[in-house]
Design a binder for this molecule. Structure first.
Ligand SMILES: [Zn+2]
Length: 183
C-alpha cells in the first residue's frame, strides 16, 4: 500500500494514520524502522480502504472546452479515417450516456458519448477508429482488432487511458455506471 511517511521530530511515541484527499499519510516517530511502519499500515488495511473509497475523487477537467469542440473534432477524425478505411457511416449521433464511449448498434449509425470531452484527443481518435471498423466487423473478433490496431497503433495505450477515465468519472459521479468503449 502506498503512503506518505511523515517523520516526527518531536518526542512522538506512536504511529498514526490519516487519509486526506485520497492520500494516506502515516506519521511515525523519527527512528521507527520502516518494516514496523509497513506492518502497522497492513494491520489497518480494512479501515484505510474504507476511508480511501469514501474520499471524493477530484473531478477530471475536460480536454475539450465544450461539446461543440468535441463534436467538431470527432467529425474531422471521422472524415480522415473514413477515407483511409473506405468505411462511411450513414449517420453520426452524440449522446450523454453512461454505458459506452461509442457504439455501432444499428447498422451504419455511430453514436459517441459526449463524456469523451474528458478524454485526451488521441483516445477520442481511437474511439472513432473503433466505431468505424465496426462498420466492417460487428463483434470484437481477431479480424476486428487487427484492423483497429493496424489503423491506429496507439490502440492499447488509449484503451488503458479510457479505462482510467471511466474509473475517474465513476468515482466523481457516484450514480454513474462506468462508461466502456463500445460493445
Ligand atoms: Zn466495439
Amino acid at each position: 500500500m502506498n503512503y506518505t511517511l511523515v517523520r516526527s521530530a518531536k518526542r512522538k511515541r506512536s504511529l498514526s494514520l490519516i487519509v486526506k484527499q485520497g492520500e494516506l499519510i502515516v506519521r511515525a516517530p523519527r527512528f521507527t524502522p520502516r518494516f514496523l511502519i509497513d506492518q502497522f499500515v497492513a494491520s489497518k488495511a480494512t479501515w484505510i480502504n474504507s476511508q480511501l473509497s469514501e474520499a471524493p475523487a477530484p473531478s477530471p477537467s475536460p480536454n475539450f472546452p465544450d461539446e461543440s469542440s468535441l463534436t467538431k473534432y470527432i467529425r474531422s477524425e471521422l472524415a480522415v479515417y473514413s477515407q483511409r478505411l473506405q468505411l462511411f457511416p450513414l449517420e453520426v449521433k452524440f449522446r450523454e450516456v453512461t454505458s459506452y464511449w461509442g457504439n455501432c448498434r444499428s447498422p451504419g449509425i455511430l453514436s459517441f458519448n459526449l463524456a469523451l470531452r474528458y478524454a485526451p484527443a488521441p483516445a477520442v481518435t481511437y474511439v472513432v477508429v473503433h466505431e468505424l471498423v465496426h462498420l466492417k466487423h460487428q463483434g470484437h473478433g481477431r479480424a476486428f482488432w487487427a484492423l483497429v490496431k493496424a489503423t491506429y497503433p496507439q490502440t492499447n495505450e488509449m484503451r488503458r487511458t479510457l479505462r482510467q477515465l471511466s474509473h475517474a468519472l465513476r468515482s466523481t459521479h457516484h450514480s454513474r455506471r462506468p462508461a466502456r468503449p463500445t460493445l
